[in-house]
Design a protein around this ligand. Structure first.
Ligand code: UD1
Length: 385
């Protein structure tokens, strides 16, 4: 039984995977501060362990979810279907004014689909980003979620062009800035100093006190880690990079599994790449903020490095976040050895790419979102027709 205060419209937010948690934290806080609305939170359980989920709720001060659907890991079809089946009765019980989803993970699309078919308005935060690469599962999730959304909040102006091309009316779209950067700004003062994190992680002392600075690496895209040959080639290049600039590598569980399957662990252990478990948000923020460079295939980290002014090399050939390249510190290098090493050599010679922080990435995005939600839904208790 989910308790909701009588008379107040309920904004039912849904999260599932790690990058969702940074995005929902400021929205839940802003909802809690607005007397016209009531926020409820559903966790699908797509990510479920301490390192990928629980630590983020604790560190970001997100109240425990009202419901956890506990779907866990599975194929895309099974995971999406399980979320849909388990979310439907929650929606029936709560009867929210809208369902709010963030980002582009399977939980985002699954919850949006259930709501749209039940005539419950769908709100999509971080709408309109497009890589134009349909081999990415996230791209499918983005396109479909935006098609069925009633209110779309964007992080960069260009997103509206993408949505317009897909026939989505500009009247539904609000450019509000970036909630992930709200969380970054709110937590920067609490970031764990990088030297503390490295000292704690680096049992062998390979990196501690090296004095050369360091890079941070993250890697989890299926296109980079699922094929053992491609993964071997990429890791060989990254080990070369680490010969020039030591690398701290908090590895996603799927990546760690693929590295073990490819037999790469002994080689990594001898190299300048320090592979560790995923780290909590305040430790990651400290690592990112103090790194000389970041190498990543994550979407969110492209944005975080731009906000922090830290050079980022994105190990992909496309990005759904072009503003991080055009205005920020991001350079697309793909997985080509020559381009990666040339980028790192340039960084070591010049300090790397400088940039500016994009418009409205000012820490206030969640407040803007909740003002629009109040204008749209305050006064309604039942779903709009
Ligand atoms: C998902 C998202 C991706 C996001 C990423 C962030 C989709 C399509 N993908 O990918 O967009 O960037 O999360 O991390 O939604 N695992 C654990 N513990 C957990 C969760 C997962 O060990 O708490 C392991 C399991 O072995 C699982 C694997 O990680 O099979 C992959 O997890 P999954 O959620 O299926 O996809 P991600 O690669 O994490």
């Amino acid at each position: 039984m989910i308790e909701t205060p009588a008379g107040l419209p309920v904004i039912l937010s849904v999260v599932g995977a790690r990058p969702n948690f940074m995005k929902i934290a400021p929205i839940q806080r802003a909802l809690a501060a607005d007397p016209r609305l009531h926020g409820c939170l559903v966790h699908t359980g797509q990510h479920y362990d301490e390192a990928m989920s629980d630590s983020f709720f604790a560190d970001l001060g997100i109240a425990p979810p009202d419901v956890n659907l506990a779907v866990g890991s599975a194929s895309h079809a099974v995971q999406t279907a399980d979320i849909m089946r388990r979310f439907e009765p929650v929606l029936d019980e709560v009867k929210p004014a809208c369902v709010l989803v963030v980002g582009d993970v399977n939980s985002t699309l699954a919850a949006a689909l259930v709501a749209a078919k039940k005539d419950v308005p769908v709100v999509h935060v971080e709408a309109g980003l497009r890589s134009y690469d349909r081999s990415m599962p996230e791209e499918i999730n983005r396109v479909l979620t935006d098609q069925i959304a009633d209110l779309l909040f964007t992080t960069e102006r260009r997103a509206l062009d993408n949505l317009t091309r897909e026939g989505i009316g500009a009247d539904k779209v609000h450019f509000v800035g970036n909630v992930m950067i709200d969380t970054l700004k709110a937590n920067l003062a609490r970031a764990v100093p990088a030297r503390e994190t490295i000292a704690a992680l680096d049992g062998t002392g390979r990196l501690a006190g090296d004095g050369r600075g360091f890079a941070v690496l993250t890697l989890h895209r299926p296109s980079n880690v699922d094929d053992p040959e491609d993964l071997r080639a990429l890791m060989a290049t990254l080990i070369e990079v680490a010969g020039r600039l030591p690398i701290v590598f908090p590895a996603h569980p799927r990546t760690r599994g693929r590295i073990a399957e490819a037999g790469l662990e002994p080689e990594l252990a001898r190299s300048g790449v320090l592979m560790t478990s995923p780290v909590p948000y305040p430790a990651m923020l400290g690592l990112l903020a103090e790194a000389n460079a970041v190498l990543t295939d994550s979407g969110g980290i492209q944005e975080e490095t731009t906000a922090l002014g830290v050079p980022c090399f994105t190990l992909r050939t496309s990005t759904e976040r072009p503003i991080t390249v055009e205005e920020g510190t991001n350079t697309m290098v793909g997985t080509d050895r020559g381009r990666i090493l040339a980028g790192v050599d340039d960084l070591l010679a010049t300090g790397g790419k400088a940039g500016r922080v994009p418009e409205l990435w000012d820490g206030q995005a969640a407040g803007r979102i909740v003002r629009v939600l109040a204008d749209s839904f305050a006064g309604s208790r039942t779903p709009a027709a």
